[in-house]
Design a protein around this ligand. Structure first.
Ligand SMILES: Nc1ncnc2c1ncn2[C@@H]1O[C@H](COP(=O)(O)OP(=O)(O)OP(=O)(O)O)[C@@H](O)[C@H]1O
Length: 117
């Protein structure tokens, strides 16, 4: 049995733990816990992470609303990877680089000359 089970509904994670056999024959120890979440992003692309957690916040910010995207988790969980991404390939870019690329017009040569003289 897997220690962490992802339900196909995309909202539920079940954590399983083996019963401690040292507790004897009558053992009422809980050995699974189910958590309901807004969304469970297991084994998904960086693009899907952006679309499901950041896209609406960024679009609202462009309309003038305040918004925050925050990562919280234990060391090595993937916070930096999620926010900034990896440089190996474009599809591995994280949440932060996407809006600048998507919503800021690229500087063309004329604009560069105007801006920097
Ligand atoms: N979804 C992922 N796909 C592939 N590699 C990942 C993924 N998430 C994290 N990694 C890799 O796992 C390692 C740890 O990730 P990361 O540095 O993002 O964790 P962190 O939560 O920021 O850790 P810390 O709290 O120590 O700063 C890195 O090598 C990262 O590239």
């Amino acid at each position: 049995m897997h220690l962490i089970e992802y339900q196909p509904d995309g909202h539920t994670v079940i954590i399983h733990q083996k019963k401690d056999s040292r507790r004897g024959v009558v053992n009422n120890q809980l050995n699974s816990w189910s958590f309901q979440l807004d969304r469970v992003l297991h084994d998904v692309s960086q693009e899907e992470v952006y679309n499901s957690v950041a896209r609406n916040v960024v679009l609202a910010a462009l309309d003038g609303y305040n918004g925050t995207v925050m990562c919280f988790g234990q060391t090595g969980a993937g916070k930096t990877y999620t926010m900034t991404g990896a440089t190996e390939s474009y599809k591995e870019r994280g949440i932060i680089p996407v809006p600048s690329r998507r919503y800021c017009p690229p500087l063309d040569s004329d604009m560069k000359e105007e801006s920097f003289g």
